[in-house]
Design a protein around this ligand. Structure first.
Ligand SMILES: [Zn+2]
Ligand SMILES: [Zn+2]
Length: 227
C-alpha cells in the first residue's frame, strides 16, 4: 500500500513483517515548539497490531494520514511516548474520529496542557503496565530524562522496542530544553533499555531505526560527555 504525499505532510508507509505483530510506519511532518522556539520535524508514527485492530504510538501532526494507515481497523488506543506537542498534536482528532482512548504518563501532564489546555488524557501509563493488541503485548517502560513522563514500549515477542525520543540511532534524546535531564536519560537508557536483549530492534520517534547492540557500546562515551 502506498500513500500519496499530502500538502501538510510527507508520508511514507511501510508494512513490516516482524514476529506476530503487524507493524506500520507513517512519517508525518510539522512543527515542534518548546521554550519559545519552533522547529520543523519529521515524526515516526508507529502502528502496532494485526489486520483487525491496532494501537497508534504517537499521533503526530496528521490525523488524516494516520487514519488512512489504520485502514478501517479498530483503534484500541493512542499511546503517547511523551507529551511534547509534536508527538500528541493529532491525538485528539484521531481519538474523536475513532473513540480510542489517549494514554500518557502523568509526569508529562504539564506538556500535554500546553497543547490541550481544555482536555485531559483518558488513561495513564505506568512502568510495567501491559497493553494488549491483536494478540501482542506491549510493556510500558518509564524512561524519564528527555521528559519526566517519557516512556518506551517493549514488544518482547517480536524483539522490538519503540523508544520515542529516549533513544535514537546514534545516541540519547535531546535534553537541552525544559523538563529534561541528561543524567536521568542516561540512567533510563542504561537500566531500562540496555538490559533488554541485544538483538532488540529499536524503532525511534524520529529518523532511522537501530538496535540495542548497536547503541549500547557507546554508553561510556555518552557518560563522559556533558549534557
Ligand atoms: Zn520530545
Ligand atoms: Zn520528538
Amino acid at each position: 500500500m502506498n500513500l500519496v504525499p499530502r500538502t501538510s505532510a510527507s508520508l511514507a508507509l511501510r508494512h513490516y513483517v516482524a514476529g506476530m505483530a503487524r507493524l506500520d510506519r507513517v512519517i508525518t511532518s510539522g512543527i515542534f515548539s518548546l521554550d519559545g522556539g519552533d522547529y520543523e520535524v519529521d515524526n515516526n508514527v508507529w502502528i502496532v497490531g494485526d489486520d483487525r485492530e491496532a494501537i497508534v504510538l504517537d499521533a503526530a501532526h496528521n490525523a488524516e494520514a494516520i487514519m488512512e494507515a489504520l485502514g478501517g481497523r479498530t483503534l484500541k488506543a493512542i499511546v503517547s511516548t511523551h507529551g511534547h506537542n509534536d508527538h500528541i498534536n493529532a491525538a485528539a482528532e484521531v481519538a474523536d474520529a475513532t473513540g480510542a482512548p489517549i494514554y500518557l504518563h502523568p509526569d508529562d501532564t504539564m506538556l500535554w496542557e500546553v497543547q490541550y489546555p481544555d482536555r485531559r488524557v483518558d488513561n495513564t501509563l505506568a512502568d510495567g503496565q501491559v497493553i494488549e493488541v491483536g494478540g501482542a503485548e506491549l510493556t510500558v517502560l518509564h524512561t524519564p530524562g528527555h521528559s519526566p513522563g517519557g516512556c518506551c514500549l517493549h514488544l518482547p515477542e517480536d524483539g522490538l522496542l519503540f523508544s520515542g525520543d529516549t533513544l535514537f540511532n546514534g545516541g540519547p534524546g535531546a535534553t537541552g530544553r525544559s523538563f529534561s535531564s541528561y543524567d536521568l536519560i542516561l540512567d533510563s537508557i542504561e537500566h531500562k533499555l540496555f538490559s533488554l536483549p541485544e538483538h532488540t530492534v529499536v524503532h525511534t520517534g524520529h529518523g532511522d531505526s537501530t538496535s540495542i547492540a548497536a547503541e549500547s557500546a557507546s554508553l561510556p562515551e555518552w557518560r563522559a560527555q556533558q549534557s
